[in-house]
Ligand binder design. Structure first.
Ligand code: PEP
Ligand code: MN
Length: 283
């Protein structure tokens, strides 16, 4: 089979029989619950982070996000607050009792990021930074691995394999859109990849409808579609005033928009869960 062939080097990331890896963070479990991760693109200040954290917690987020080390296309754009940002994110997590996730870009920062964060994120641009993958593979924390901008599913899973091979079995995959000829959306959200990965790997997979579309209005329909194809969760960007956000304002939700999104995805998740159970009963 063609699928089998392109994945033939995988030993750990490939799915054997019907196994599913469950990854628990705080009181939620990837692979079991539908996980909603929300928070600003970047940590900008204590006031911004704590206020946004309280808003997303109130609306029902499971995990808080926020970037301290930002991979920006232009070296003149806001680069993030670094370790100061990590301290703020940690405090926001404590205040709201939410686990936190943040990106690590440099192998030299892995230890410090792991001290402050419950999940370490490997961004799309670093999906094939093999020394970084090996370094996070030696950590005792779940890793959120985002798909590279031009990565095939085989390359994506081989990157997960690097982390698994170092002994870290807690890898969460994230489909965040890929580069195509289409320019209307920021990237092209590859939802077929989610359904395919459910077959190919036992690892949980979430969807980023924000970085894939770049457009606030597309986030809700793409989130609902993610539920329908079997995603284990979503990650979105929220700011108490998106117009003022230092990064990614066109894809950033207001707390009200996030609340509406959260209610909808939970409703659809309950609906699809019932449909799946019914299908199992019929089978
Ligand atoms: C992010 O989630 O903050 C981010 C930069 O995403 P990506 O690596 O998918 O572009
Ligand atoms: Mn962003």
């Amino acid at each position: 089979m063609l699928w089998g062939k392109c994945m033939k080097n995988l030993r750990l990331a490939n799915r054997k029989k019907n196994e599913c890896t469950l990854i628990s963070v705080g009181d939620c479990t990837f692979g079991l619950d539908f996980i909603v991760i929300a928070g600003p693109c970047s940590i900008e200040s204590k006031k911004q982070m704590i206020r946004t954290a309280k808003e997303v917690k109130h609306a029902g987020a499971n995990i808080l996000r926020g970037g301290a080390y930002k991979p920006r296309t232009s070296p003149y754009s806001f680069q993030g607050l670094g370790e100061k940002g990590l301290e703020i994110l940690y405090e926001a997590g404590q205040v709201t009792n939410l686990p936190v996730v943040t990106e690590v870009m440099d192998p030299r920062d892995v230890t410090v990021v792991a001290q402050y964060s419950d999940i370490l994120q490997i961004g799309a641009r670093n999906m094939q930074n093999f020394s970084l993958l090996k370094e996070v593979g030696r950590q005792d924390k779940p890793i959120l691995l985002k798909r590279g901008l031009t990565a095939t599913l085989s390359e994506f899973l081989n990157s997960a394999e690097y982390i698994l091979l170092e002994g870290n079995s807690q890898v969460i995959l994230c489909e965040r859109g890929i580069r195509t000829f289409e320019t209307y959306t920021r990237n092209t959200l590859d939802l077929a990849a989610v359904a395919a990965l459910k077959e190919l790997t036992h690892l949980p997979i979430i969807v980023d409808p924000a970085h894939s579309t770049g457009i606030v209005k597309l986030i809700k329909p793409m989130s609902i579609a993610s539920v329908a194809v079997g995603a284990d969760g979503i990650i979105v960007e929220v700011h108490f005033n998106p117009k003022e956000a230092l990064c990614d304002k066109t894809q950033t939700l207001t707390p009200e928009q996030f609340n509406d999104l959260n209610v909808s995805v939970r409703k659809f998740n309950d609906y699809f869960k019932k449909q799946k159970e019914r299908m199992v009963e019929i089978a």
